[in-house]
Design a protein around this ligand. Structure first.
Ligand code: AQP
Length: 343
């Protein structure tokens, strides 16, 4: 099965990115399991760092360079294996922007204005700065990122489900207008950690823009992580029970615990029956650190030679350019571009 998903280099990755997306991407590329869970020959995985998307919010060259380098090292530290998946930077493959433009010409503006992420991001932008057009056309570039590689599945967190639906509609429209080129990719969403919520406000998804106390960074110091878990909001009552409506905060902590430990939520409820919130949080902090410690250690080691990490992504870009050019040759032909006038 062909799989594709991307992540933005917009600063430190957090536990939401990891449990909702990155952990599964590693698994899909290294475990040999198909997206349906069958033991198989393995999947054909493409994982770009989508640096062009980051330009919608990051406008400082040094920051973007630093974030991109850190993202490369972080992915390798998490267990992404360049022998088993194609790792590359979106900006190293010009076909992404070429196809994005072509798809933009098929996209109704109203569909873009309806996107939840656009509305949220637009509300965060200051009046002085204004809303840049890239924030609006973000989903068209994301559709191009995906469709260029014709994947069957796109593993994402729930926040990206709407963009995936948009991508499928756009692919269908292209195929109807010009003839069959694109497969319709399916979203692949991990049930319990589809939406890891903020530690301070369990009605909002864990996200960097909410502020430091709301998320756990993958490379944060242990003391800081333990402090944040200790201060995480809880619900009324004292039972450790997964009950989304009545106990959104404890349910979120249970989902995180399950995600980092591999234990089922049912087993965790049993394990913490009659225990206090304080005991539960302390044990959760241990489980989070057990998951993150080896990744943090590897990150420190790999940080000694960032050029080596970058070289692995360059190699991936060569492969991504080959695959995407095959799609673009067909696209150009279908839409009437690039025929030599002298022939
Ligand atoms: N809270 C989350 N729960 C589950 N999955 C999540 N993802 C992000 N947040 C959560 C998934 O991570 C992948 C990469 O997403 P991204 O590059 O779009 O990251 P982001 O959503 O921009 O991260 P932030 O922290 O929310 O960024 P800010 O606050 O800077 O805008 C996707 O598959 C996404 O679903």
């Amino acid at each position: 099965m062909r799989i594709l998903s991307g992540i933005q280099p917009t600063g430190q990755f957090h536990l939401g990115n990891y449990l909702g997306a990155l952990k599964h991407w590693v698994d899909l590329s290294t475990s040999g399991r198909s997206p349906e869970g069958r033991q198989d020959k393995g999947n054909d995985c493409f994982y770009p760092i989508v640096d062009l998307h980051a330009l919608t919010t990051v406008h400082d060259a040094e920051t973007l360079r630093k974030n991109t380098q850190e993202a490369q090292i972080a992915m390798l530290a998490m267990g992404f294996d360049p022998e088993k998946s194609v790792l590359f930077l979106q900006s190293q493959v010009p076909a992404h922007t070429e196809l994005a433009w072509i798809l933009t010409t098929l996209t109704p503006i109203g569909d873009l204005e309806r996107m939840t992420q656009y509305k949220e991001k637009a509300a965060q932008v200051s009046k002085k700065e204004g809303i840049n057009a890239g924030l609006l056309t973000y989903p068209t570039l994301m559709a191009a990122d995906i469709l260029l590689y014709n994947p069957e599945y796109v593993p994402v967190g729930e926040d990206q489900k709407q963009h995936l639906e948009f991508t499928r509609n756009l692919a269908e429209k292209f195929n109807k207008t010009y003839g069959e080129v694109f497969k319709l990719p399916k979203a692949m969403i991990q049930k319990e950690t589809a939406r890891v919520m903020s530690l301070q406000d369990p009605t909002q998804k864990m996200s960097k823009s909410l502020g430091a106390q709301h998320y756990i960074g993958l490379f944060e110091e242990e003391d800081s992580i333990r402090g944040k878990i200790k201060k995480a909001v809880t619900d009324s009552g004292n039972k450790i029970k997964y009950e989304l409506r009545e106990k959104p905060a404890i349910s979120n902590l249970l989902a995180i615990y399950s995600g980092v430990s591999g234990k089922s939520i049912k087993d965790l409820e049993q394990e913490f029956l009659g225990k206090s919130y304080a005991d539960f949080k302390s044990s959760l902090a241990d489980a989070v650190m057990n998951q993150l410690r080896p990744i943090q250690k590897r990150y420190k080691e790999l940080s000694q030679s960032p050029a080596e990490a970058a070289a692995l992504f360059d190699k991936g870009a060569t492969k991504a350019n080959e695959v995407s050019q095959e799609t673009m040759t067909l696209v150009r032909k279908k839409i009437g571009l690039n025929e030599s006038l002298s022939r």
